[in-house]
Design a protein around this ligand. Sequence first.
Ligand code: UD1
Ligand code: CA
Length: 449
Amino acid sequence: MMVSLIVLAAGMGTRMNSDTPKVLHQVASAHLLHHALLAGASLEPSRIVVVTGHGADTVAASAADFDPACECVLQEPQLGTGHAVAQAAPLLQDATGDAFVLYGDTPFIRPETLSAMQAARAKHSIIVLGFHAADPGRYGRLVAQGEALEKIVEYKDATNEERAITLCNSGVICADVQVLMRLAGALKNDNAAGEYYLTDIIGMARTEGLSAGIVLCDEAETMGINTRAELARAEAAFQFRARTEALDNGVTLTAPETVFFAIDTHIGRDAIIGPNVLMGRGVTIESGAEVKGFCHLEGCHISRGASVGPFARLRTGAELAEDVHVGNFVEIKNSILDEGVKVGHLTYLGDADVGEFTNIGAGTVTCNYDGVMKHRTTIGRKAFIGSDTMLVAPVRVGHGALTGSGSVITDDVPDEAIALGRAKQVNKAGLAPKLFEKLKYIKEKQQKG
Ligand code: UD1
Ligand code: CA
């Protein structure tokens, strides 16, 4: 069956106290919106509609970045969750199957929960995702008769008796797309907030004789972000889960609470991650690789048997083949290191290709930027780059070639050649003591004068 996703992301998020639209704040290096879209993606939706409002352009750009197939619709002004859903109607005129409503500021809904809702649709026309709230606060309350959901009452409109209910509305709703659009289009705003409440569609559906049901989830899944403090709590919750999952998957984390994951981090079994390792987007670490303490990784691939760090920085496009060794104070960007390459110390490799079993000496720098353009450095297999070599790109060092320490390499080096690009040394016999005498004399004269 076809599925449409409707993601509500128009709200201002006043309590974030920010110029950034709320759904573009990040948890695990990803926009909140992307977390919601990722959960929804598990339903393999044929249509994805994002309802935008505050910061519509940047929110739409973020949606397109997640999936170019996302369609955006502007809700202006924002008159409530029901009004927001109704904005999707023109786009979904011809849609069939079920629609899911998700909130762009609620990042932790699990794919399994959405599948459970999908399955429960066999029994009811509308399914609402509910949870038992430890502190029900201002959540909408689910008024149920046994299995059947009768209506949802918003806190502001609830009687004292209804406020005592602890079964609450998460906001996630699933129904036939055309039923949902028809009901959302017919909502009224005669309530305490003067808003078009999406929640009112339950009472309307029941009046028509349609049935509504509840699927329950853990309260942690329904966590919505409204403040910076909640954003920080969400980050902590994400990291706790990611660490637990990695440990369960057979990854060694010597100090789990100091390792930070991104939304898309992949780490293979028997990999070892030391303390204080920070991973941004796009990191894959294969089985048996080791990342020592204090590394900063992003957009990189570390193969089996490779060892990285301590204190290494791998940036976007760093591709390390099997058994590569990257040591301390090494930065690598947009570079491919073939099997067995060693880059032990104090080096920058940017826009480089390094052939297998090549050794890069301490202090080597690929001078990849001329102030205007970036250029590539190509180094062959089994080459030896002497310490403190400057490789002025574009430049190629051949297979089995060697560069002398301290060389500035501006011309290609043929295979198996030795390249020396530095001033020749001169020794002046007996001159050192004379120089010291002269310097002492100058110093004394200065102190007297
Ligand atoms: C809503 C529910 C409440 C539920 C709670 C769970 C309604 C009327 N109430 O209340 O039952 O317990 O969520 O968190 O649905 N949005 C728009 N356009 C609008 C209004 C909201 O896009 O005009 C978006 C917001 O950006 C947000 C989401 O919809 O992502 C929820 O809106 P919010 O105002 O936070 O709803 P609540 O009052 O929390
Ligand atoms: Ca809210």
